[in-house]
Design a protein. Sequence first.
Length: 529
Amino acid sequence: MQSSASSAAYVPNWDDTKYRPLKGGSQVRTEKFDGDNKRGMGTIGCLAQLSDGSIVALTTQHVICASVEAACVGVKAGQPRHITCCCCCTYNEIGAVVQQQKTAQFDCAIVKLDKDTADEVTAGGTANEVVDIGTLTGAAQAVCFSEVRKRGAATRLTRGTIVDVLYEGSQILINPLPGVPKFAYYGDSGAVIVDTAGKVVGLLWGADRGTRNRGVANHIGPVLTAMGITIAGTAAGGLSIPANNCGSSPSALPEVPTGSSSSRAAVSSSSATSSSSSRSSISSSSRRSSSSSSSCAPRIVGGQDGRWHAGAIKSVPRLIGCKATIDTMEMRLPCEGSATFDSFSTVWTGITNHSVTKWAQIGITRRRSAGSAAIVQYRKFEVMAGPAAGDYHNSIANDAAFPAIGTSQEYECVLTPATGRWDFFIAGANVDHFTNAGWVNGTGDRVDYTAEVYDLGSQMAGTTAQKCHITNCQFKTGTPTSSSSSSGLAIGSYVDAGLVAANLTVGDASEHGVSLVSAKAIDVWDKNP
């Protein structure tokens, strides 16, 4: 995720209030953290119920299980934070974790309230209350271009517009409304996304990779199913991940401040043909015709900040390295030599940590930056470690070593958790490295083998006749050397990625293709180059 300049200066409006009776939208932290700093802080999205009538607090797995990986059932939680005094005295304790799950589709956990806290909620009538939002009326499906709200511990009440319901394959992407600097920030994870009818449509877990001003949330249906809960009496029936993504809005979408020359452009109706259904409703011929027209214009359609992916993603705990052999294929940009709008095509492998949306990537890219017709091609090395501008490292320059079309190279990125250093290798040679404290003792939780374009006029690597092969997909993980998360990791060996059909993802199947070749190989291609 690229940090915007505004991220470095942004100061959240933390809410450390102790809410009794307990309500949604309030700060939470487990017994695994102590002190007054904000490490480990998150948000109770709302209160919900199990089938036996027990009251639970809904939040995200990465908040409630922070520092203890998946083994967090039974961990005590406190609001606004858990305080331990001497050997047996505690303050602010509200209950213990009873369920948690984290997959590519959802990141969620529930805390079962202890009797005293639950009795207070029942007596106070706050079971369906969210601070600053009011009474929840149930749960519903996320609707494209609808206005929503969230109440988080860091940024409190913010409003936005849903612009993508299949972001990164299965998530909701939310633009802040004009005048709202950020829809979400660190500490807001766990907040529920609420529509104007008071219904919960999503569970916030992070921010987007581009501007970091937008919110990313799980669809609420899979969360309700995974946790076996109801919200304001509504169960998961009929709520799922949509089959179709957003088209273009009938009116201009809110502009998102970028603050960085390499941030992605906001989606707007001026750059997309109007559609009331899915992204694929815009014909391939109309998309491509703009690329060859004398009045060539960008084709920023859909809700992924103009970016489109085809590849494989897999959730894996404690990731510290990944590699793949990638073909170098033609990746033409629209109206090369004449157009001056932003566009790129890239193929890469990388690791993400969704708990704070950090990542590292390596691959190859052809790019044209806005305002210039010049095209650069370069080997791609990127690391993101936090919200500040100084947490982002990359190498983007004309690269005489860019591999020749038709050749294949092995690309690898590896983390040294003890120091936070990422090393990048091509064909076994160490070609670059970045070190950042944000990755010290950190690991990833998702590995990607991906082709990506910005602007649908850009050609993704590969064609139907000659597909781009991404082979020898592997990763390695670290194993804690003891029960203490600060004791270090024993570095494992590479293993085959073990890819299956469910790991494949494609943003627009009418434009791009992806197929499973084996457990460690996929093909990607552009259907309309």
